[in-house]
Design a protein around this ligand. Structure first.
Ligand SMILES: Cc1cc2nc3c(=O)[nH]c(=O)nc-3n(C[C@H](O)[C@H](O)[C@H](O)COP(=O)(O)OP(=O)(O)OC[C@H]3O[C@@H](n4cnc5c(N)ncnc54)[C@H](O)[C@@H]3O)c2cc1C
Ligand code: SF4
Ligand code: SF4
Length: 493
């Protein structure tokens, strides 16, 4: 019986290098890497050694025969990736594959190189992958800075509390906090407690991994009405983020509308419809748990601009909703195109096959005997309704405008970066302009993670991202392109 990779996989590829028979794909060298939401074990090649399960930081790998409940389907999902394919042959014919290419050691500092002093700003995945790379592959001394009093970034304050295996990766990162060449400075915000110029003066190089968690506005009238909440507020609330008040989310409404169908929208819907007792004992904030216990919410509707074939969620997050006891997942069939796409389509649309369907009457209250999540497609929001408080959201679709009555509306239309004083910032993209991690016009300053490439990609995507940035930093150090180091050499500090 082979092993299989399951829901919590964040595609960091830690398992790939330990597999003795190379049966986990796509590997970081293969064209599919970064395009699939997770990695897959080839059941035909796996020899059941279990090395991958030991290496996985989020407990995503199990013997396929041990999978139960909603995880059982992953045996098939792993096998599906290989059905009718020869991934090794595909990889070796890919344009970037070099058979027996000479090994390249471009990222290694010369052995007589004096230790670099590097500041890393941000303790989320991107900052920690950069720290890991610097500490394990160079003799650099690292100052690790974060504005919050607790390290972890979105692992601590973003990942939902009912995903404890995913949160476990925080322990993998935390092992570097006590490293003898690392100084941890929590509660230190760049732009408030220290300037970017000061950090640059005191270090040979500075890597910014400050994330991108500002809410992207929808740009529709009424979105600032009381009762309209950014997903960042709801996520911060249930995770106990120090910036969010414990009472920030009121759950006295029976229906909540969530604008968006990305994984964060699904997280919010899942937590708001969860049996609170399943969350007790997790890292959920006590105030949020207490409020969920007295919650009136019975229905969450997820609103998608376009059809099911373009929904933004990943399959594993959808499966986590569909397989739950205590809350149904229903597809609203107000538009005939929805049923047609689900029955005949592929990809995201096909994942909805088999789910209950209903043409929901949004002027009526939600059912009073059970909780449910409704997916409503082809419904672009045009306005939030209400005078002094939100009453609902008006959406436009093929049959004209419809008002979805909802006492709370959550805006989960994505994130964008926020400027850091002293760094350039592109207002259009919400990112720090950079070339392969080098901040444009600021030698010795680097970015990695969401502030570098934008707010997409799971935890594992930040590993290759940080690797590129640290590679650029090392290359610049060797080439004498770090301005602070040049000043140090010539005694002008
Ligand atoms: C709600 C949510 C849930 C998610 N769930 C999952 C999941 O289950 N699985 C998965 O694979 N991916 C998940 N992701 C994606 C994943 O969290 C991101 O890929 C990842 O966190 C991005 O890493 P980052 O280091 O760039 O940013 P962050 O994790 O946001 O870290 C940025 C850090 O920088 C600090 N900082 C910001 N500004 C300053 C400043 N001026 N001075 C000092 N410090 C500063 C912040 O306090 C923070 O600690 C989720 C994302 C969100 C938003
Ligand atoms: S159990 Fe062993 S052989 Fe199978 S995928 Fe994991 S590491 Fe590879
Ligand atoms: S999280 Fe990493 S180690 Fe675990 S299965 Fe996914 S790619 Fe492999």
């Amino acid at each position: 019986m082979a092993f299989a990779i399951t829901q919590t996989c964040c595609a960091d590829a830690s398992c790939v290098s330990v597999c003795p028979v190379n049966c986990i794909h796509p590997t970081p060298d293969e064209p599919d890497f970064g395009r699939t939401e997770m990695l897959y074990v080839d059941p035909g090649t796996c020899i059941d050694c279990g090395a991958c399960a030991d290496a996985c930081p989020v407990d995503a790998i199990f013997p396929a025969g041990d999978l139960t409940g909603s995880l059982r389907v992953y045996e098939e999902i792993n096998a599906e990736y290989y059905a009718g394919r020869d991934v090794l042959a595909e990889a070796t014919t890919a344009p970037n594959f070099h058979r027996w290419a000479p090994p390249a050691f471009t990222r290694v500092l010369p052995s007589d190189f004096a230790p670099l002093d590097v500041a890393v700003v941000g303790t989320g995945p991107a900052g920690m992958y950069a720290v890991e790379d610097l500490l394990l592959h160079t003799n650099a001394r690292v100052t690790l800075v974060d504005r919050l009093p607790v390290a972890g970034g979105l692992i601590r304050y973003g990942v939902a509390p009912d995903h404890p295996s995913t949160k476990k990766i925080g322990e993998t990162f935390a092992r570097f906090h006590d490293h003898p060449r690392l100084r941890l400075r929590l509660g230190t915000e760049v732009g408030r407690d220290v300037t970017a110029a000061e950090l640059a003066r005191r270090h040979d190089a500075v890597v910014y991994a400050v994330g991108a968690t500002a809410a992207r506005p929808l740009g529709v009238p009424g979105e600032d009405l009381p009762g309209s909440l950014a997903a960042t507020t709801v996520v911060g609330w249930y995770n106990g983020h120090p910036d969010i008040k414990p009472g920030a989310v009121d759950l006295s409404a029976e229906r909540v509308a969530v604008v968006g169908t990305g994984n964060v929208a699904l997280d919010v819907a899942r937590i708001l419809t969860a049996d609170p007792e399943t969350l007790a004992g997790t890292e959920i904030a006590p105030a949020a748990l207490a409020r969920l216990r007295s919650s009136k919410v019975r229905e969450v509707v997820l609103l998608a601009r376009r059809g099911p074939e373009t929904a933004a969620y990943t399959r594993s997050e959808l499966l986590a909703l569909a397989g739950r006891a205590g809350a149904d997942l229903v597809v609203d069939t107000h538009d005939p195109r929805v049923a047609a796409a689900v029955d005949q389509g592929e990809g995201q649309a096909a994942w909805l096959r088999g789910l209950p369907r209903e043409a929901v009457d949004w002027s009526a209250p939600p059912p009073d005997d059970h909780r449910r999540i409704v997916l409503r497609f082809h419904s672009a929001p045009v306005a939030f309704t209400g005078d002094t408080e939100v009453r609902g959201v008006r959406v436009t679709g093929p049959g004209g405008d419809v008002e979805i009555l909802a006492g709370r509306v959550v805006r989960a239309a994505g994130f964008r970066g926020a400027p850091v004083p002293g760094l350039p910032f592109d207002e259009r993209t919400g990112r720090v302009p950079n070339t392969a991690g080098r901040v444009d016009g600021l030698p010795g300053t680097y970015v990695t993670g969401w502030i570098k490439r934008g707010p997409s990609g799971g935890i594992g995507a930040n590993r290759t991202c940080a690797r590129e940035t640290v590679g650029a930093l090392i290359e610049d150090a060797v080439a004498g392109r770090l301005p602070a180091r040049r000043r140090k050499r010539f005694g002008r500090r």
